[in-house]
Design a protein around this ligand. Structure first.
Ligand code: ATP
Length: 350
């Protein structure tokens, strides 16, 4: 019996998201043997500015029927920061309980890193994606006065901490990796990160074949610059994962190459580049589409097509080797030309 087509929700969003999603999705379709059925969801700043709508209930409901979401970026200088991010992006992550944010840091070519003498970098970050300072709990007292007080609550649950740690260990075991490192700030955050400590070592005791390690976040930031090759699989909090993976992107060729998956192992998962809408370069056809293309590879792997995912990675390595890249990586090609080069490689035309 033929396999059922996979339903993909495309949310190009704002800025360069609208440019890179169509390019990356063509590459994904070319690389896979799966039958993909795509539907566009017009969420983002244009719709918000025209109608005031962020994420209507009917669209949230419709998404439940999809196999994956492929998202570009959200953000627009005309909209106050936080409205689109909270109203659409965080809503997707929270409502669909996408608790595991996977962010691979991979150095595809030595000359892409600003580090001196960098060895091979191949780290998988597991960032907790539904708790921490991101839940939006807090408030302001006496706003705008000299006595103003602002509160933002850091919330961690045992369930939330345990499921991301277990997911990281399971992934490490299934991929034959060596070591899982917990990054936290348990010496200062003595309640919330003590919970991370206790749960990490409890879960770790079930995985005898894997090495375990712990780093404080400040030491981890230093290590990522001085010895990134010493890291293998990392599990960390929402906030620290957000910051450290931008540092990780910078040492692996920049935001133009950094991909990410927001995973709910039992539900709807979403794949997106780490970068935002980059208004400064939007509409110029110069945004690097490779981060989104690599997010597309993660989506194929999640949908069960490992071969398609590998083919995309090979195509990316090929364009990087042949300098068929956008200006920020030292190339001369436009975004669409990079897409064409990837398609040509996948079609065996080069
Ligand atoms: P947002 O508010 O949506 O996060 P931003 O501009 O603050 O947007 P990013 O979009 O993450 O943040 O980008 C930061 C900078 O990195 C951009 O201004 C842009 O110059 C560069 N950049 C990001 N993504 C890309 C890309 N795909 N290709 C080339 N340059 C990029």
């Amino acid at each position: 019996m033929p396999n059922k087509p996979k339903k993909i929700a495309l949310i190009p969003g704002d800025g360069i998201g609208k440019e890179v999603i169509p390019i990356a999705f063509e590459v994904v379709k070319k690389a896979t043997t799966l039958e993909l059925k795509a539907q566009n969801f017009a969420l983002g700043s244009e719709r918000y500015l025209q109608t005031g709508e962020l994420f209507p209930e009917a669209e949230k409901k419709a998404l439940q029927d999809f196999d994956a979401v492929f998202l570009g970026a959200l953000g627009d200088p005309r909209v106050k920061p936080g409205i689109l991010e909270r109203g659409i992006l965080l809503t997707l992550r929270f409502e669909f309980d996408q608790y595991a944010n996977l962010r691979p840091l991979k150095l595809y070519r030595k000359d892409l890193t600003p580090l001196k003498n960098a060895a091979a970098i191949d780290v998988m970050f597991f960032r907790e994606n539904t708790e921490d300072l991101y839940i939006g709990a807090g408030g302001v007292l006496k706003k705008g006065t000299a006595d103003e007080v602002a509160l933002q609550e850091l919330v961690q649950t045992r369930k939330g901490v345990e499921r991301i740690i277990r997911y990281a260990f399971e992934w490490a075991k299934s991929k034959g990796r060596q070591k899982v490192t917990l990054i936290d700030k348990c010496n200062v955050l003595t309640y919330a990160h003590d919970l991370w400590q206790r749960v990490f070592w409890e879960v770790a005791s079930e995985y005898s074949s894997l090495e375990k390690d712990h780093l404080l976040v400040d030491a981890a930031a230093m290590k990522m610059v001085l010895a990134p090759e010493s890291l293998d699989v990392v599990v960390t909090t929402n906030m620290f994962g957000d910051i450290l993976t931008d540092l990780g992107a910078a040492i692996c060729g920049g935001l133009g190459l950094a991909a990410s998956g927001n995973i709910n192992p039992e539900g709807l998962s979403m794949f997106e580049p780490v970068h935002g809408s980059a208004p400064d370069i939007a509409g110029k056809n110069i945004a690097n589409p490779l981060a989104t293309v690599l997010a597309g590879a993660m989506m194929l792997e999640h949908l069960g097509d490992n071969r398609g995912a590998c083919k995309i990675e090979e195509a990316v390595v090929w364009v990087l080797e042949h300098k068929k890249v956008t200006p920020e990586l030292g190339g001369m090609l436009s975004s669409t030309e990079v897409g064409e080069a990837l398609l040509a490689y996948l079609e065996g035309k080069v």
